[in-house]
Design a protein around this ligand. Sequence first.
Ligand SMILES: Nc1ncnc2c1ncn2[C@@H]1O[C@H](COP(=O)(O)OP(=O)(O)O)[C@@H](O)[C@H]1O
Ligand SMILES: O=C(OP(=O)(O)O)[C@H](O)COP(=O)(O)O
Length: 394
Amino acid sequence: MNKKTIRDVEVRGKRVFCRVDFNVPMEEGAITDDTRIRAALPTIRYLIENGAKVILASHLGRPKGKVVEELRLDAVAKRLGELLGRPVAKTDHVVGDEVNAAVARLQEGDVLLLENVRFEPGEEKNDPELAKALAGLADLYVNDAFGAAHRAHASTEGIAHHLPAVAGFLMEKELEVLGKALSNPDRPFTAIIGGAKVKDKIGVIDNLLDKVDNLIIGGGLAYTFVKALGHDVGKSLLEEDKIELAKSFMEKAKEKGVRFYMPVDVVVADRFANDANTKVVPIDAIPSDWEALDIGPKTREWYRDVIRQSKLVVWNGPMGVFEMETFAQGTKAVAQALAEATDTYSVIGGGDSAAAVEKFGLAEKMDHISTGGGASLEFMEGKQLPGVVALNDK
Ligand SMILES: Nc1ncnc2c1ncn2[C@@H]1O[C@H](COP(=O)(O)OP(=O)(O)O)[C@@H](O)[C@H]1O
Ligand SMILES: O=C(OP(=O)(O)O)[C@H](O)COP(=O)(O)O
């Protein structure tokens, strides 16, 4: 990597603003998967052990510039404290008097977590004033938030223009491992794209079609493609304004000789609940008042076969609403196929995909679990990640 890391700078006695991605899945105020917190521990421990005054900042969810009580970081601070075996102070604000006072109190080796940075309207706008205010808290900026490196926000990009700016260990490791796997990929190279962030992910498919041999579509993303084929998708997740784009991708795949896999059957439900009435239907027979929440058994088998025959698989986004047992089979099948395919190098990306693999107890069997979904996809497309570009060169 041509960017400086925390190894290249002196941290002792310095106030270090460390951007992390603690955007963890939560249910009723409890953290359901702490993978992203654990992934940042090497950097945080290094900073503590080397006498830095550690100021951590993260986003959680998408509060859109307002305070959303459920998206406060108190549970995260508590969990981090447990993992570190030492107290982690937390502020209720991102900037302002309370934060200045808390930073002033920090001793070498202390850790402070700021409130959810996305409570500030300037964060996602990359407002220069907010970037300056955040920079004013510290002497050094460390970006360890690989999962948010594709965002040019005040705490991931803007701030880096005001302070010496270096990468943390997680950022370094992600860029190294992904770079190695993707610079000269083993083939057949298969990408599996699912999940719910249709708007974010659909654009990625365009560039992926230039790189992969097989493209598998699942999850909520699939139904915009199903609709593009002219089938009714009932109440399934759909981005109306992306249907034409989806059509053009299927044509591009044909031209490029990329095999494009879409569900042939799905599990539909009469409501979004674990105990909903469900049935398996062919893809062209989704009832108009039902929604497709998982891929069906035929699709599972088909996708398994493609995975078995691949040498490199990059997987981003669950195949269904795996958080509910009733709709977890598709995601489980893909995870199991990857775990069993020992000749296949498997890269998992995305908070929810990583959480799914963890939940099924298969994390150890994967070659690399990336903490970034969108970030790993954009990196894979060959795009420059703004959070990385802004760091100081070696
Ligand atoms: N068919 C579907 N309909 C609605 N939501 C879905 C469907 N399939 C998957 N999801 C949801 O997608 C979410 C994950 O999406 P996303 O954030 O894009 O993935 P990742 O975090 O792995 O990048 C999960 O919460 C899952 O419940
Ligand atoms: O969860 C994240 O992305 P991911 O779901 O693509 O892995 C990151 O924390 C970025 O969050 P964002 O997509 O709301 O900017």
